[in-house]
Design a protein around this ligand. Sequence first.
Ligand code: ADP
Ligand code: MG
Length: 255
Amino acid sequence: MSDNTSMLLKANLKQLRLPTMSAEFAKLAREAADGNEPYDQYLLRLSELEVATRSANALKARIKRADFPVLKDFDTYDFSAIPKLNKQKILELARGEWIEKNFNCCLIGSPGTGKTHLAIALGLAACQQGRRVRFFSAAALVNHLEEAQKQYQLERFLTQLDKTDLLICDELGYLSFSRAGAELLFQVFADRYERASLLITSNLAFSDWQQVFQGERMTAALLDRLTHRCHIFEMNGESYRFRESVKAARKGKSS
Ligand code: ADP
Ligand code: MG
């Protein structure tokens, strides 16, 4: 390829915003010439590189936007720790059809049983399927809502949340909210009803949610919406963290 052709091609690919093709065309052209590769095959391979980089970058951006506290997946989750948990069902949810159907998911159970772990793994799987996800702890979400309201940015923030396919609200119940905070959270949850998915983890049984959402009426109205079309998993058991540290301590003693 002449220097001139190469320069013009680079300029065109830049204008067309095809940076991977621009970076790779010369190398692939040499390979194609050496291997007598047909023109269309060459173009196909080159465009495939662009598509692959683009989708990898988009995935990275979706994961960043989701703002997971750490990354966790199903491979590192030991399902045998909570024998009552339906592994098959969880892995089915990992395929993401429930989000397509605007279903909700609740993971309810004692601390350390992997609720946050599974919430992140489900969120990450959704990102991999091209869905928009946002992760918040319940406390951070309420904080964010209250701050946004103070700064007259509430509508803007609600619109952002509205654009997500899956909103994860982790650790509902560890802290109770002010009446105003609870009402804002209620508004977010109610807004999503039958329109977009929510994934909630909580250490509180539904019967105790009044503690968070002060007032029987609001709690009943919320639970009614949330649990209609919802996959509910009970995750009660010994804390995985605690079990692992006991195991580690025992090993230490015996060695
Ligand atoms: P929860 O949200 O229910 O309190 P976490 O998801 O925060 O529990 O779990 C606490 C720690 O233990 C995390 O590091 C998590 O990855 C790990 N963990 C919990 N359950 C399991 C499990 N069954 N298999 C592997 N790791 C687990
Ligand atoms: Mg947790």
